[in-house]
Write a protein that binds this ligand. Structure first.
Ligand code: GDP
Ligand code: MG
Length: 185
């Protein structure tokens, strides 16, 4: 038997979750908010979070989420296969104030489905809901789209004022847990 470090065994499940969506929609800030409760206002230079590990507890099980951020590579649509490999969950993020980022969800969804297992848990996330005056994507339209595409989770968030951020990530991890534990029975 090899030696175990406490860190290797202090969880029951480890799930890889990827964030995708157009540049500037707030992916890195959502992750920063969730993992460290921070927010970055710099509008020009993209912050480059790469991974964050977070833990939640469901049914007395410790679930670790290994959350992957594109770290700016989505600007050139240069997301590698390795980015998607092994992902069991995904958040596809758009900006409710920029319709184009919502229209592009279709392309992200296709790329995601081409690269991952069909059981992957997907949440559609409309971020920047604090900017209600600038809204150009209606909640109902996003919901309808999600239903039509068999995306069963949808949420609007604000990384700026923390709205629904923890809820979104927690929901995705919990849903993955349900899918995985059901498969084991
Ligand atoms: P990414 O390219 O998808 O990773 O987006 P970033 O997290 O780098 O955010 C892009 C810009 O949007 C930055 O200027 C952020 O400060 C801003 N931003 C991110 N989330 C929100 C939000 O929820 N509300 C508002 N008002 N701005 C946000
Ligand atoms: Mg980013």
């Amino acid at each position: 038997m090899g030696a175990f470090h406490a860190n290797d065994i202090d969880y029951d499940y480890l799930f890889k979750v990827v964030l995708i969506g157009d540049s500037g929609v707030g992916k890195s800030n959502l992750l920063l908010r969730f993992s460290e409760n921070e927010f970055n206002l710099e509008s020009k230079s993209n912050i480059r979070v790469e991974h964050a590990i977070c833990s939640i507890v469901v049914d007395d099980k410790i679930i670790k989420g290994q959350m992957w951020d594109t770290a700016g590579k989505e600007r050139y649509r240069a997301i590698t296969r390795a980015y998607y490999r092994g992902a069991v969950g995904a958040l596809i993020v758009y900006d409710i104030t920029r319709s184009i980022t919502f229209e592009n969800v279709q392309r992200w969804l296709k790329e995601l489905r081409d690269q991952t297992d069909q059981n992957i848990v997907i949440m559609l996330v409309g971020n920047k809901m604090d900017q209600a005056d600038l809204r150009s994507v209606q909640t109902e339209d996003a919901k309808t789209f999600a239903e039509r595409e068999n995306i069963n989770l949808f949420m609007e968030t604000s990384a700026l004022n923390t709205l629904n951020v923890n809820k979104a990530f927690t929901k995705v991890l919990t849903q993955i847990y349900h899918v995985v534990s059901k498969k084991k029975d």
